[in-house]
Write a protein that binds this ligand. Structure first.
Ligand code: HEC
Ligand code: HEC
Length: 289
């Protein structure tokens, strides 16, 4: 083309492209770059032939190596199941969950399986190590809403708490303010009463005013001394452990609006053996009774 020319200072031919007087030199591509380009082209052809690649009308070309990630996962899972089946079988036949803890080999298997299932199913709500969040109880401490024996934990997992299971654990911390049982002043008095129960400094007059109200309204679940009742999931109010927070504003919120934490039931999603393994794992987290 006529507008190609030799650039004077460098002696290199131009491409003929020009922008506002700036001309492009037609330098060759670097050799190393070209070599890599050609290698990658050759490699991609080899790859198309070996591995699943081109789409077709009814499926895709599978590649002569017949590689399939889907099949590999299925093989790995079934290998794991075979490896675990003997122990899962053993779990099915234990007469009481308590027996597991006296069989070191089975116990180790159960704890490992339990830990991985906990990560998959429970950690989103209870935290990776079971440390809990506001509204989602810690499973590592000694404070239990519904009881920390193996049987109680197992029942909680099977049936859930305020779940859709017909045998779900049920109870209500009702909304004393919203339902009009207490007015704002009475709630404030009751907050002082709860603060006092937990061993902190509280307004003595308010505590005195709230005492008859506590006896009328709260004793049936939280007990005369405030230590709670595990058959009703009513928390101990005398310890420093709070499910919904121990600040006055948080306690106010609890009494005014009520609380109804929901724990799903697992019978639809996990087998009995898996639930047993999880119960033993949770029991082992430190706070098992
Ligand atoms: C959607 C959130 C959620 C998931 C997922 C969940 N939980 Fe819970 N769990 C809760 C809540 C909320 C409570 C407390 C209910 C209440 O207020 O009584 C609870 C309570 C419990 C309790 C009773 C604690 C006590 O103090 O008595 C145990 C045990 C427990 N969960 C174990 C598990 C295990 C094991 C899994 C996994 C299989 C799991 N949870 C999955 C929300 C969840
Ligand atoms: C019918 C049983 C029942 C009665 C009556 C009851 N509670 Fe509760 N209370 C519960 C339950 C159950 C919970 C836990 C709710 C949950 O887990 O979601 C609870 C939770 C609480 C909490 C939150 C504790 C924490 O760890 O965050 C406070 C505070 C509380 N109740 C105070 C009271 C006071 C004050 C009264 C009386 C006015 C009262 N409750 C009456 C069942 C009851």
């Amino acid at each position: 083309m006529s507008d190609k020319e030799i650039d004077q200072p460098t002696g290199v031919e131009t491409t003929g492209h020009e922008w506002d007087g700036i001309k492009e030199l037609n330098n060759p591509l670097p050799r190393w770059w070209l070599i890599i380009l050609w290698i990658s082209i050759v490699w991609s052809v080899v790859y198309w032939i070996l591995m699943p690649s081109w789409p077709g009308i009814s499926g895709h070309f599978a590649g002569i190596r017949g590689h399939s990630d889907r099949e590999n996962v299925a093989i790995a899972i079934s290998a794991l199941e075979t490896e675990r089946s003997a122990q899962m079988q053993q779990l099915k036949s234990v007469s009481s969950i308590n027996d597991i803890e006296s069989d070191p080999q089975l116990l180790q298997f159960v704890l490992e399986a339990g830990e991985s299932m906990f990560g998959d199913n429970c950690a989103t709500c209870h935290g990776a190590g079971g440390q809990g969040f506001k509204g989602y109880p810690a499973l590592v401490d000694d404070a239990w809403l519904w009881g920390g024996t193996l049987d109680n934990i197992s029942k909680t997992l099977h049936h859930g708490i305020r779940s859709t299971h017909p045998e779900s654990r049920l109870s209500v911390m009702q909304a004393y303010g919203e339902l009009g049982v207490f007015n704002g002043d009475q709630i404030n008095d009751m907050v002082e009463y709860v603060v006092n129960l937990s061993g902190r400094d509280a307004n003595a007059d308010a505590v005195a005013r709230a005492t008859p109200l506590y006896q009328q309204q709260c004793v049936s679940c939280h007990g005369v001394d405030g230590t709670g009742d595990q058959t009703q999931g009513a928390p101990n109010l005398t310890d420093a452990i709070w499910l919904y927070g121990g600040e006055r504003s948080e306690i106010y919120e609890t009494i005014k609006n009520g609380r109804e934490g929901v724990m799903p039931h697992w019978t639809d999603r996990l087998t009995d053996e898996q639930i047993t393994a999880l119960a033993v794992y949770v029991h082992s987290l430190g706070g098992g009774e």
